[in-house]
Ligand binder design. Sequence first.
Ligand SMILES: CC(C)(COP(=O)(O)OP(=O)(O)OC[C@H]1O[C@@H](n2cnc3c(N)ncnc32)[C@H](O)[C@@H]1OP(=O)(O)O)[C@@H](O)C(=O)NCCC(=O)NCCS
Length: 136
Amino acid sequence: MSGEISYTWRDPITDEELADLVRSHGGRAEAGWWDKAREHSLGWVGARAGDGVLVGFVNVAWDGADHAFLIDTKTRGSYQRRGIATAVVRLAAARARAAGCEWLHVDFEPHLRGFYFEACGFRSTEAGLIHLPSLA
Ligand SMILES: CC(C)(COP(=O)(O)OP(=O)(O)OC[C@H]1O[C@@H](n2cnc3c(N)ncnc32)[C@H](O)[C@@H]1OP(=O)(O)O)[C@@H](O)C(=O)NCCC(=O)NCCS
């Protein structure tokens, strides 16, 4: 379904490319964000169209041992609903496993339950969250 899309692990992606991808789906891009985040990452998956344009992305953070965390799954607005994010997450899971991780975590807004549970194969678990700016 994803045609000529190619998927890579840890291939270079520039800060500008990621900002453009974020804007493409209506997100608010922050210049310099990816340059800061990259060095803490286990790895990332990039999906590129035949012309080289970045159309999909996910970052994999980790604890240096057996827990990996998916962050910032994104598909270019005009390329959504073609299975790209599903393929991106599948490759990220395979590479996290190959790196020796045992568990892959993710959290998400309720409307993406079908994407993460049905399309990507995650299951429900107990998790917790604190909104830090709201702390007294
Ligand atoms: C969420 C997102 C990454 C999905 O990317 P995608 O490449 O379109 O996803 P896929 O084509 O692999 O979707 C597979 C299935 O997941 C579900 N799904 C995908 N996007 C969905 C959405 N926005 N709402 C509800 N279900 C969705 C559908 O069941 C879909 O299958 P279908 O197209 O046959 O109905 C993309 O919509 C996106 O970049 N959104 C903006 C950023 C964002 O919210 N990221 C999530 C951070 S947790």
